[in-house]
Design a protein around this ligand. Structure first.
Ligand code: NAD
Ligand code: G3P
Length: 389
């Protein structure tokens, strides 16, 4: 009789907490897993109390996933080493900026036989270039690491709305075990072996998520009540930034200023996908096209471009003229945005290889985020996209 496997979750943000709900329930249904799930929580005070104490008494992460109860067998632990020391399976689910620091803290303090899965979207940057997050985990901790990515907005998953996800795992037996740990009747999993492409899709889609919303902002605008959209359109002569700073102050609903709305957004999603495929071919050859058709690919792109945080913050960025860090602070209540840093990270690689021209969408997004390019120039960048030549 083998011992039940102990599971630890490293991270407890919006997605980490939604996953804790799923995993906490699933371990109770299978003899393969120990019933207690330790969850590393980056300690902070919320309403004068420690977040770990709130989670362990109220069984809810009231800061990052308000309104969704966690199973009582999920135990919040403020020390990463204590959370992971005895674990057989480590689930990494925190913003990508913190991974290296956490792994360095865990070095020498986990079981050598442990295995991991990363749910993190983004890249690690170091002096030699970009690295996959799963690879940081593999190399820093000397353990195997699979990945899980998909069209998964955390609050919807926590609300048990039907959705899908993709696990990328080279080892079939480990893949089956992971599917048992994550799949529920509302969260359906497909396991594929092409784990690098699954992870690249998750990292790259955030950039396209930003661009989708620049489209919304350039071609739609708020119109003061009682005025006709066309009149407003012809009256305004300022830059989009200027228009939006002013128009937001008047506050009213959106209209489709030039009538380009959803067709244009669809074109951006398509061009974004083409750049994702090209990026994989160029820098990580061997991807299967079929992987892009899984939840981690096209589906995640669509969900992020319509419903994600990257989309929301990018919209406010164009409308208000405020900086991205400012908006992140104002709008996300401690949650963190992955798209702008990922766009910057990708740009380092493209610039170093003199390849910015071949990735005009990725490049324009980065330049808009750092205010090197005005948002209304975005479409010009796409008109001469290599896909149309
Ligand atoms: N939220 C979603 O809908 C969603 C869905 C799928 C995938 N993801 C991905 O999952 C990953 C985690 O995202 P999330 O939404 O759970 O996190 P989040 O955006 O809610 O991030 C906040 C988390 O970071 C922690 N934190 C802050 N400073 C820290 C530090 N110095 N060290 C360690 N932790 C610190 C906070 O305590 C909190 O738990 C990201 O890569 C994201 O792209 C998110
Ligand atoms: O809210 P976003 O933009 O980080 O996207 C969330 C998820 O990645 C969607 O799958």
């Amino acid at each position: 009789m083998t011992e039940p496997l102990k599971v630890a979750i490293v991270g407890s943000g919006n997605w980490g907490s939604a996953i804790a709900k799923i995993v906490g329930h699933n371990v109770l249904k299978s003899d393969d897993f120990a019933t207690e799930v330790k969850m590393y929580v980056y300690e902070e005070m919320v309403d004068g109390r420690k977040l770990t104490e709130i989670i362990n008494t109220e069984h809810e992460n009231i800061k990052y996933l308000k309104g969704h109860k966690l199973p009582e067998n999920v135990v919040a632990v403020p020390d990463a080493r204590d959370a992971c020391r005895e674990a057989d399976i480590l689930i990494f689910v925190l913003p990508h900026q913190f991974v290296r620091r956490i792994c360095s803290n865990l070095q020498g303090h986990i079981k050598p036989t442990a295995v991991a899965i990363s749910l993190i979207k983004g890249f690690d940057v170091h002096d030699k270039g970009l690295e996959l997050i799963s690879n940081v985990v593999r190399t820093m901790l000397s353990i195997d690491c699979a990945v899980l990515m998909g069209a998964n907005i955390a609050s919807e998953v926590a609300g048990e709305n039907y959705c899908e996800a993709t696990i990328g795992c080279k080892k079939p037996d480990f893949g089956k075990l992971l599917k048992k740990l994550f799949q529920t009747d509302y969260f359906r999993i497909v396991v594929v072996e092409d784990e690098i492409t699954v992870e690249l899709c998750g990292a790259l889609k955030d950039i396209v998520g930003i661009s989708a919303d620049i489209i919304d902002c350039v071609y739609k605008k708020q119109v003061p009540e009682g005025e006709k959209p066309d009149e407003i359109y012809y009256k305004e002569k300022g830059t989009v930034d200027h228009v939006y700073r002013n128009v937001t102050a008047t506050g009213a609903g959106f209209v489709d200023g030039l009538g380009y709305g959803d067709n244009t957004k669809a074109a951006v999603i398509r061009l974004g996908l083409m750049e994702m495929v090209k990026f994989c071919e160029e820098f990580y050859p061997g991807s299967k096209m079929s992987t892009f058709l899984e939840s981690c690919g096209v589906a995640d792109l669509v969900t992020t471009c319509y419903g994600g945080r990257n989309r929301r913050v990018a919209e406010a960025f164009v409308k208000t003229g405020k900086s991205i860090p400012e908006l992140e602070k104002e709008m996300l209540n401690g949650q963190s945005l992955q798209g702008p840093p990922t766009a910057a990270e990708i740009n380092i690689m493209l610039k170093a290889k003199n390849m910015e021209d071949r990735f005009p969408l990725f490049t324009a997004i980065h330049r808009i985020c750092i205010r090197e390019l005005e948002p209304q120039k975005f479409i010009d960048c796409l008109k001469n996209h290599p896909e149309h030549m």
